[in-house]
Design a protein around this ligand. Structure first.
Ligand code: NCD
Length: 304
């Protein structure tokens, strides 16, 4: 794997072969985490979060600390010079003189791309507006792979806010490159997948009803309606509870269905699903840390 010095801005920045190698490394880390506790000693990660985050930021921080490295950064742009009007380009140039690699989340589409052009250190996109979130995709695919072993023949349903959900866009673009994957896109009309993402996939159908689609799915990817990307509160309120997965609906699903969700959830998965063995969303969160350990190692050229 030669990812040293590269950026991860779009899910298409990695070939299938490179993703497979990252999953392989993540699986080796899961099997023997103690072997990796010093591989990034002396390395520094900067986390630049201009938008709220729990899992993504903390899993990156935990990943770097578990590799023996160190972490600096901000999670509240109001506490940095951003609040004085500093540009992304200037902020990133400063950070690059302190850290070896940086992770960035920003409400504007393309922000991480702009940062990467000025940084001189690897930049990882941890979410740029409603566009992409490639490390969530690595998390999602590792979780499916650990369970299903092979992606061929998988039918995945993506449900909820398919318009603004950056995790959905990234996952579709990356997963479409594996042959034999079928997509069932479950959303209200107003929250359909954008054309630029549909252009990347071959086999798909668009439906409105979760209950009807459920029996044929091998994986169900539930998502939150992205309130912060709506132009008005009225539309959000009208659409927010379009889909609610609960224990009663789960009766119609396959016995080996995997329910995934990038989290945070609001109402879209009822808590009565949490103890169902088909609920994978908390395991998915843990896998996120391991795949980010693999990614940090690879971009820093610290593979062993
Ligand atoms: C997602 C995100 O930020 O896009 N969260 C995450 O990173 N796990 C999903 C969301 O906020 O709905």
């Amino acid at each position: 794997m030669n990812l040293k010095g590269r950026n991860l801005i779009s899910p298409l920045d990695l070939t299938v072969q490179e993703m497979e190698e990252l999953f392989g490394l993540a699986e080796r880390i899961i099997a023997k985490p103690q072997d990796y506790s010093e591989v990034c000693k002396g390395m520094m990660l900067a986390t630049l979060f201009y938008e709220p985050s729990t899992r993504t930021r903390l899993s990156f921080e935990a990943a770097m600390l578990r590799l023996g490295g160190q972490v600096i950064g901000f999670s509240e742009p109001g506490s940095s010079s951003v609040s004085k009007g500093e540009s992304i380009a200037d902020t990133i140039q400063t950070i690059a003189s302190y850290a070896d690699i940086a992770v960035m989340r920003h409400p504007k589409e393309g922000a991480a791309f702009v940062a990467a052009r000025r940084a001189g250190i690897p930049i990882i996109n941890a979410g740029d507006g409603g566009h992409f979130h490639p490390t969530q995709t690595l998390t999602d695919l590792l979780t499916i792979r650990l369970e299903k072993k092979d992606f061929a023949g998988i039918t995945i349903g993506l449900c909820g806010d398919l318009k603004f959900g950056r995790t959905v866009h990234s996952l579709m673009c990356a997963f479409a490159r594996y042959s034999g994957v079928k997509f069932v896109l479950i959303s209200p009309d107003e929250l359909r997948v954008p054309e630029y993402v549909l252009d990347e996939i071959n086999e798909f159908e668009e439906v409105r009803d979760l209950r009807d689609a459920l029996p044929k799915l091998d994986v169900l990817y539930m998502t939150r309606v992205q309130r912060e990307r709506f132009f008005n509160e009225e539309d959000y309120i009208r659409l927010k509870d379009s889909y609610i997965l609960n224990a009663s609906k789960m009766k119609k699903a396959k016995p080996d269905l995997m329910v995934l969700h990038p989290l945070p959830r609001v109402n879209e998965i009822s808590t009565d699903v949490d103890n169902d063995p088909r609920a994978f969303y908390f395991r998915q969160t843990k896998n996120g840390m391991y795949v980010r350990m693999a990614l940090l190692m690879a971009l820093l050229g610290k593979e062993i």
